[in-house]
Design a protein around this ligand. Structure first.
Ligand code: B12
Ligand code: SF4
Ligand code: SF4
Length: 237
């Protein structure tokens, strides 16, 4: 990759994590830590000089939503396409390569990477839980660098589920989609596409909403409806 892109962006030879985070903040997204890959991650061949550092990019509490809503295009998969546009542009500026959670299958193991990057753990209903925003966060891409980056120390972050005896997330689903300790996609789909499923479709997954952590970061109603619609469409195709 050309050093001129780094110089043109005024970054010097080694973009530091704070500088990367600043560039990403301009997209509306957030840097979510990073990790140094090992050969079993299968990333090294993606850059001619190998991959020395990975920075995860995502969202906390749906903060990116207004920026996306203003910039979205009338197209299939608008969020994935917007993510590609803004992160490919950032990657060019930072002399990096962007890869995405929606690439595949096979999918890149973003949740496993996030556990390494931020020390998060999985909630009993699947999504990783964040100590501040709870279940209201996600990942939009990863930036691969062929050089070392001063990555933040990964934690471990405290896991709110360890202190949550009631675990309301496991019992809030009207059709018991998490009753067997796994996510019963068919049961969920049947419910959300029936009239009784309107609250899940318009306000978001009731199991996710039952979690007492990070409630002030709950996604806006139009983002919840967008996610529910995307989930249904993914299985209708
Ligand atoms: C395929 C997929 C799904 C499928 C199937 C999931 C499954 N059980 O296999 C379906 C469509 C059902 C799904 C649904 C949802 N998903 Co999903 N999904 C993915 C995707 C694209 C690939 C997962 C994968 O196979 N990874 C490859 C393996 C090797 O990596 P891994 O890290 O070990 O992945 C494992 C986990 O993702 C786990 N898993 C995922 N969902 C669930 C749910 C439960 C209950 C359990 C036990 C495990 C589990 O299964 C994977 C295989 O072991 C990831 C993005 C990504 N690239 O990781 C998003 C991802 C995991 N999904 C995400 C989310 C938020 C959801 C939803 C909650 C809703 C939504 N879109 O708003 C729903 C509802 C599911 C739920 N309540 O948990 C987020 C999780 C963010 C976070 N906070 O951790 C991700 C990371 C996408 C993102 N862009 O941020 N998902
Ligand atoms: S309700 Fe409790 S167990 Fe469930 S995700 Fe929230 S903190 Fe974790
Ligand atoms: S969206 Fe509704 S039906 Fe599906 S898992 Fe969540 S609460 Fe259950």
């Amino acid at each position: 990759m050309s050093d001129s892109r780094v110089d043109a962006a005024g970054l010097g030879d080694l973009p530091c994590y704070a500088h990367i985070a600043g560039r990403i903040a301009g997209t509306g997204l957030t840097c979510r830590g990073g990790f140094i890959p090992v050969s079993s991650d299968g990333l090294h061949n993606l850059l001619p000089g190998g991959v020395a550092a990975v920075v995860l990019v995502g969202d906390l509490g749906g903060r990116f939503w207004p920026k996306f809503a203003a910039e979205r295009r009338d197209e299939a998969d608008p969020l994935d396409n917007w993510s590609r546009r803004v992160l490919n542009a950032a990657a060019r500026d930072l002399d990096a390569l962007a890869i995405f959670p929606f690439d595949g299958p096979p999918h890149w193991p973003f949740q496993q990477w996030a556990m390494r990057a931020e020390g998060l753990q999985r909630s009993p209903i699947g999504p990783l839980i964040h100590p501040e925003v709870g279940l209201w966060h996600g990942y939009r891409g990863a930036l691969l660098f062929d050089r070392e980056i001063d990555l933040p120390a990964p934690g471990p972050a405290p896991c709110p589920c360890d202190r949550c005896d009631a675990k309301p997330c496991l019992t809030a689903c009207p059709v018991g989609a998490f009753a067997d300790g796994d996510f019963e996609v068919a049961a969920c789909l049947a419910h959300v596409t029936a009239p009784d499923g309107a609250p899940c479709m318009s306000g978001g997954c009731l199991a996710r909403r039952a979690c007492p952590v990070g409630t002030r970061h709950t996604y806006a109603a139009d983002y919840q409806a967008f996610l529910a619609d995307g989930f249904v469409r993914a299985f209708a195709e």
